[in-house]
Design a protein around this ligand. Structure first.
Ligand SMILES: Cc1ncc(COP(=O)(O)O)c(C=O)c1O
Length: 366
């Protein structure tokens, strides 16, 4: 029996009536420009995260870019992030006109290594983007202790971590601002593109609100050069439906991960860990193994979906050569690129499917 990496179609069929009703409701009102669903989602997401402001934008990449600009990051500034992320985290720094600088990750949870961050800081460092990769929170206390006394802004990239928590606080509410993606495969998503910025900082919130709408604070008054990057009303209507199930779905993801971890005890496999005091959102369930290619071959033969996030981390990409990122010294990142493999993970995964995936993985290792 084939098992997909993620099953969006089954989820849609479960929600179909609610989704169609919400879309019809939005179309009946025709208030499609930052309409009632965008406003309601902003307020609901701010409450969920425990922040003052949530601002809906076109996608997660714009959420990063616009947040950096609203923080005042620009040419001449350096922004430090990790290479163990999706390309967008680096792209956004370049779009803001700043220079990206990459530091290594720690080997247990694959998030920013605070010691590497501290060593990389220069007088030009203006902001830091820790990435809560796969849904696991970065070490925010240590990162805060390094950045705050130096006046360096912290922008959490929580694109993969909706609902994850660090020492009782929801990610996106810990740094100066946080960003989320509502791309369709994310833990909280629409059926297209969308993004959100969360912050307690009035200035950042106002800045992002203006930048997402051509630099307007009020209709017709263009105060700065902005962008056309508003959250779409129909996507917001869909995300609101899924938000009501986010906590329960994240809990299911954690249960699936625990079951995988139980079944996948093998000397050639390192299963994902969760740091004490953290709640993982398990956007991805990613193993580490030197025998990754054998596992991948077995999964492929059994028609089981898998992915390798990230076989080609951004600093190895041609686009980064111009920024000198290809020369970054990132031993943990480099080792992981050859060893990671993500297995099927979504709330509706069944016990039988998990067992089948685990058996297939183990059969590859003998
Ligand atoms: C870590 C990370 N940051 C940023 C983004 C960008 O989000 P979007 O695709 O909504 O632009 C993604 C999307 O996959 C991501 O995984």
């Amino acid at each position: 029996m084939a098992v997909p990496l993620i099953d969006l179609k089954s989820e849609y069929l479960e929600l179909r009536e609610e989704v169609l009703e919400a879309i019809d409701g939005a179309l009946q009102t025709m208030q499609l420009f930052l309409g009632p669903n965008v406003q309601a989602l902003e307020s609901e997401w701010a409450d969920f995260c425990g922040v003052e402001h949530a601002v809906g934008v076109g996608d997660g990449t714009d959420a990063l870019h616009l947040s950096l600009r609203a923080m005042g990051v620009g040419p001449g500034d350096e922004v430090i992030t990790v290479a163990w992320t999706f390309f967008a985290s680096i792209e956004a720094i370049i779009h803001a006109g700043a220079a990206p600088k990459l530091v290594d990750i720690e080997p247990d949870y694959f998030c920013m290594d605070p010691a590497a961050l501290e060593a990389a800081i220069t007088e030009r460092t203006r902001a830091v983007i820790p990435v809560h990769v796969y849904g696991h929170p970065a070490e925010m206390d240590a990162i805060g202790a390094i950045c705050e006394p130096r006046g360096i802004r912290i922008l959490e990239d929580a694109a993969q971590a909706h609902g994850a928590a660090y020492k009782g606080r929801t990610v996106g509410a810990i740094g100066d601002a946080g960003i989320f993606s509502f791309y369709m495969s994310k833990n909280l998503a629409g059926y297209g593109e969308g993004g959100m910025v969360t912050t307690d900082d009035e200035q950042i919130a106002t800045g992002v609100r203006m930048l997402r709408d051509h630099g307007q604070r009020r209709r017709g008054t263009f105060e700065c050069i902005g962008y056309n990057s508003r959250l779409d009303e129909l996507q917001a209507a869909i995300v609101r439906i899924k938000l009501r199930r986010l906590a329960e779905n994240n809990e299911r993801r954690r249960q699936h991960a625990a079951r995988y971890n139980q079944l996948l005890q093998h000397e050639d496999i390192i299963v994902p860990k969760t740091a004490v005091g953290c709640e993982h959102a398990f956007h991805l369930y990613t193993l580490r193994s030197r025998r990754r290619d054998e596992i991948a071959a077995a999964l492929k033969a059994a028609e089981i979906g898998f992915a390798t996030h990230y076989t080609n981390p951004p600093h190895r990409s041609a686009a980064c050569e111009a920024y000198g990122l290809d020369r970054a010294h990132l031993p943990v990142t480099e080792a992981l690129a050859d060893e990671v493999i993500s297995l099927p993970m979504y709330p509706g995964l069944s016990e039988a499917q998990i067992e089948q995936v685990a058996e297939t993985v183990l059969s590859a290792l003998g």
